[in-house]
Design a protein around this ligand. Structure first.
Ligand code: IPD
Ligand code: CA
Ligand code: CA
Length: 265
């Protein structure tokens, strides 16, 4: 395993264990509302601290971009961290959340970990070396027809700027696919696309920490990731479309007529 991936795995497991222990005591958690339907708990913050501590202990010169504490340091290496992706699920006792850690080197994603502590599922990837679930090599699905495909998504829940376009896309997909799912943790949605569980995935308004690790998992599993018009700028815009090489272009085609100027950015 690449030494930087190894450290990321150590950090993700530490945070995952902390989250797992806290899941038994949800009634006693301090929870704060960041904005409409956007919550943060002391567990998110403690998990983030343990991740940053572990990474910086090994690589003190590296920079950090983390959901709860923002940016720290400047380096050609930037760790992009979501300490607890799926906080709403976590707070409701729904077992669908993960720790997500990605590493960018000179702006290119090179290492990825998504760890689901509820199932002890560890998704990892290193650029050029493939993606894995525990020690099993991952490949995206082989499904070719939209009508046979299972598509993952995330509903807009706090920022409703694109809700009309989103609903129009949703309406089309509902009629053209085998099914749509919204489990509630984007990093796992992307990891599950890499694992071939979904044939495609799309969401609007994500943040880099929701996506960084999951997107590398998909490309390393032979899949495609883009923004909603098929370009590369998804980490910047937060609008993402992913899938196996057959379904990804078909998903873009269904989305295209509904793109408003904001979603084309
Ligand atoms: C959220 C989850 C959710 C997605 C949201 C994210 P959080 O992350 O990934 O699936 O739909 O857009 O913000 O806030 O639980 O870390
Ligand atoms: Ca998140
Ligand atoms: Ca989070």
């Amino acid at each position: 395993m690449h030494p930087m991936l190894n450290i990321a795995v150590k950090a993700a497991r530490r945070a995952g264990n902390l989250i797992h222990r806290a899941a038994d005591n949800l009634d006693h958690l301090t929870v704060t509302k960041k904005s409409h339907a956007d919550y943060v708990s002391e567990v998110d913050r403690a998990a983030e601290r343990i991740i940053i501590e572990t990474l910086l202990e090994a690589y003190p010169g590296h920079a950090i971009l983390a959901e709860e504490s923002g940016t720290q340091g400047q380096s050609e290496y930037v760790w992009i961290i979501d300490p607890l992706d799926g906080t709403t699920n976590f707070l409701h006792g729904m077992p669908q959340y993960a720790v997500s850690i990605g590493l960018q080197h000179n702006g290119v994603l090179t290492q990825a970990v998504v760890y689901d502590p509820t199932k002890n599922d560890l998704f990892t990837a290193t650029r050029g070396r493939g993606a894995f679930l525990n020690d099993k090599r991952l490949r995206v699905s082989k499904r070719k027809e939209m009508a046979d495909s299972l598509i993952g998504t995330g509903f807009p829940y706090s920022n409703f700027a694109h809700i009309d376009a989103y609903m129009a896309i949703f309406r089309d997909l509902m009629q053209k696919t085998a099914g749509l799912r919204r489990p509630g943790a984007a990093s796992l949605d992307l990891a599950w696309t890499a694992a071939g569980r979904y044939d495609g995935f799309f969401e609007t308004g994500l943040k880099p920490w929701d996506m960084a690790a999951g997107c590398l998992l998909i490309t390393e599993a032979g899949g495609m990731v883009s923004d909603l018009k098929g370009a590369d700028a998804f980490l910047q815009s937060g609008h993402v479309c992913a899938g196996n090489p057959f379904i990804h272009p078909q998903l873009l085609e269904i989305i295209a007529p509904h793109l408003t100027p904001g979603l084309k950015a």
